[in-house]
Ligand binder design. Structure first.
Ligand code: GDP
Ligand code: IMO
Ligand code: MG
Length: 421
């Protein structure tokens, strides 16, 4: 069986968690392949809202195995809190959560470095979630990092303190900052985690595939936050794209099956960096209010703008997207006109491709508007009625221009608030 992939096509927070939770019943194994607790994936279950940061979004389906893969960076404190939070609502992960040996560990001193680096950048800051993501991936590629499998080694504490010392010296380069150290809580969390299942991710997954098991790889962040293909330097520090699945899980490129891209019916971004379709008027405020656009990890307000077809086309190309799920379509119920960015003007020429550097601003956007449907898609779904013509016109235009079907329409945060076309 191939590995199917689910990724965010924009700047993150597209509703990946909800769609993974919905699809999870069709899979045996769900794996996170990159990122860390900078992610916040929201799921509504019978017990209410739950935000996952490190654990895959299949965890609420008791028949799935959930793997935190090699490419993920783990903060033991956050992971422990997540496991205990799940336990509180009756979800026991002891049997169906597995943690990859080769996943790297986020130390408190990585968070310290993240904060010191951001503080030193002033107005040019990335707008990081300050979860230590960048410094941890720096240590991974710099060949200094500590991996999950190392927690069982006798020299683990020694290695921890030697790395911490190095980080403090590095922090001095940025300029010292106030920081609440919590090494003790970190080590307590490590002890707590020792009782959970550790796995050699690449062998486990390849064996599962050989046995005919169905595997879904769950992306975090989105294409435009990818370290190579996003709006550099305003990006995260991992490959959020389909290619990251192979390096993050240890599966071959030939094993990749369906690639499900998640896009909002508009666009949001948290943190700094270019956002060509961003709205600074009442439309932007309306999207933020109706979409309740506040970060699931940091609570920061999300910047809002129209859906950007040029940007989506780029994401479809880079990832080999085979189908798209359009989320938050219900937010557009209240608009007289549904607007999208249809093309760019770059140096006076119409372009359907993104410029080299979106930070350069030598471009403008061309908008296209569709008639709004002005009815509640959620009720259309509940009553089993056909989708309004205005909605079909809009979605068909997107499908044609993206050359990709959009079979899943999400019309609310709830598990069942979905239309399958
Ligand atoms: P993720 O990081 O991609 O998993 O997305 P987040 O959980 O950070 O943000 C998505 C937000 O939108 C969450 O609050 C979801 O509960 C909510 N959401 C998901 N799908 C829909 C939808 O179709 N309509 C509405 N109104 N909210 C949705
Ligand atoms: P999910 O998985 C939205 C953004 C941060 C910042 C930049 C770098 O929930 O979609 P980092 O903490 O990685 O150093 O931050 O990336 N960012 C996200 N934005 N959703 C996310 O994850 C994000 N993870 C990181 O706001 O601009
Ligand atoms: Mg999120």
């Amino acid at each position: 069986m191939p590995v199917d992939v689910l990724i965010g096509l924009q700047w993150g927070d597209e509703g990946k968690g909800k769609i993974v939770d919905y699809l999870a019943n069709n899979y045996d194994v769900i794996c996170r392949f990159q990122g860390g607790p900078n992610a916040g994936h929201t799921i509504y279950t019978d017990s209410g809202k739950f935000v996952l940061h490190t654990i895959p979004s299949g965890i609420f389906r008791s028949n799935t195995i959930n793997v935190i893969g090699n490419g993920v960076v783990i903060d033991p404190i956050t992971l422990r809190k997540e496991i205990l939070g799940l336990k509180e609502i009756g979800v026991d992960v002891s049997q169906n959560l597995m943690i990859a040996q080769k996943a790297h560990l986020i130390l408190p001193s990585h968070r310290y470095l993240d904060a010191a680096s951001e503080a030193s950048k002033g107005t040019a800051k990335i707008g990081s979630t300050l979860r230590g993501i960048g410094p941890t991936y720096m240590d991974k590629t710099g060949r200094n990092g500590l991996r999950y499998g190392d927690i069982f080694r006798s020299n683990f504490k020694e290695r921890y303190f030697s790395l911490k010392e190095k980080h403090i010296k590095l922090g001095d380069v940025h300029g010292a900052i106030d920081f609440e150290w919590n090494d003790e809580e970190w080590f307590d969390s490590i002890e707590f985690l020792k009782s959970f299942k550790v796995v050699n991710c690449e062998y486990f997954l390849n064996k599962s595939l050989d046995e005919g098991k169905k595997v879904l790889a769950e992306g975090a962040q989105g294409v435009m936050l990818d370290i190579d293909y996003g709006t550099y330097p305003y990006v995260t520090s991992s490959n959020t794209i389909t290619a990251g699945v192979c390096t993050g899980l240890g599966v071959a490129p030939s094993q990749i099956g369906d690639v499900i891209g998640i896009s909002k019916a508009y666009c949001t971004r948290v943190g700094s960096g270019p956002f060509p379709s961003e709205l600074f008027d009442h439309h932007g405020e309306k999207l933020q209010e109706l979409g309740n656009e506040f970060g699931a990890t940091t609570g920061r307000p999300r910047r809002c703008g129209w859906l950007d077809l040029v940007q989506l086309k780029y994401s479809v190309m880079i990832n080999g997207v085979t189908k798209i799920a359009l989320t938050k379509s219900d937010v557009m119920d209240h608009f007289d006109n549904i607007t999208i960015v249809d093309s760019y003007n770059i140096d006076g020429q119409v372009s359907h491709e993104l410029p080299y550097d979106l930070c350069d601003e030598n471009y403008t956007t061309n908008l296209k508007s569709f008639k709004g449907w002005k009815c509640k898609l959620e009720e259309v779904q509940k009553n089993g009625e056909p989708l309004p013509n205005a909605f079909e016109t809009y979605i068909t235009y997107l499908e044609k221009n993206l050359n990709t079907p959009i079979p899943i329409i999400s019309v609310g945060p709830g598990r069942d608030e979905l239309i399958v076309r």
